[in-house]
Design a protein around this ligand. Structure first.
Ligand code: ZN
Length: 241
């Protein structure tokens, strides 16, 4: 069983009635609700001790999901370093929507991760541009969301290892809305949907993509190599030692 931890800053839902109507128990609880059909799921939020991300929690986490927006700067650098170390060791990371500006994503990318945005109730069509990839299994040609926040190019990220989705918005912009990266032994997936006032995490195909991504970026038996001084596998001549 894959162990998933869903991390949410959990601030909009407490302060904004419009957001609370969409996610009454928080975005993390909605993510947990559908993910627990297939995985062992914990949640963690910003205001918990160590943001809910103790060494023990992270060591038991195969895949961490991150949603943040207005409080990126409140995430302690020591916790970001802890998550970063776990990703390099092999923990999978799924970065959702406005977490493009989270400290952990920016640290892993090494760029500003900035983009264009607009909240205008626009239709969004998320095109599958990598049909053989496991993340899009069962998704079809595209996902259509009646409303999503526009995120537009240029998105200041390193060239993705694999481009999975290109989003189109009614206003005319396009966006690399699904991207994979490898950092160290860890696999990372960025996925655009999930603005806090729209019901994107209730959409069956959005849910399906996140489930596929968890399976794709969870560690395998080969994820944890041995580093450091090594004994030779063959007998070496004395002068080579
Ligand atoms: Zn948003």
């Amino acid at each position: 069983m894959i162990h998933v931890t869903v991390w949410n800053e959990y601030r909009h839902e407490l302060s904004d009635e419009q957001v609370r109507q969409v996610y009454p128990n928080g975005i993390h609880e909605q993510l947990k609700f559908f993910l627990q059909e297939d995985f062992t799921v914990k949640t963690a939020t910003l205001d918990e001790h160590e943001h809910g991300l103790s060494e023990d929690v992270l060591n038991e986490t195969d895949v961490l999901i991150w949603w943040g927006h207005i409080a990126h700067s409140e995430v302690q650098d020591s916790i970001v370093d802890r998550v970063h170390k776990r990703v390099l060791e092999g923990m999978g990371l799924i970065v959702l929507h406005s977490a493009h500006m989270s400290k952990i994503f920016m640290k892993l990318m090494g760029t500003s991760c900035d983009l264009k945005w607009r909240e205008a109730n626009e239709k969004c069509r998320i095109w599958n541009v990598n049909p053989s990839h496991p993340i899009v299994e069962g998704i079809g040609e595209y996902i259509e969301l009646e409303q999503e926040e526009m995120y537009g190019e240029h998105f200041d990220i390193p060239a993705p290892d694999e481009l999975i989705f290109i989003n189109w918005y009614q206003g005319g912009e396009v966006f690399r809305g699904g991207c994979t990266y490898r950092r160290g032994n860890g696999k990372i997936f960025y996925f655009q949907p999930g603005h806090e006032t729209y019901p994107s995490y209730y959409h069956p195909k959005v849910q399906h993509v996140i489930k596929n991504a968890i399976k794709w970026c969870s560690p395998t038996e080969n994820t944890y190599p041995t580093y450091g001084n090594a004994q030779p596998l063959e007998k070496l001549e004395e002068e080579k030692l």
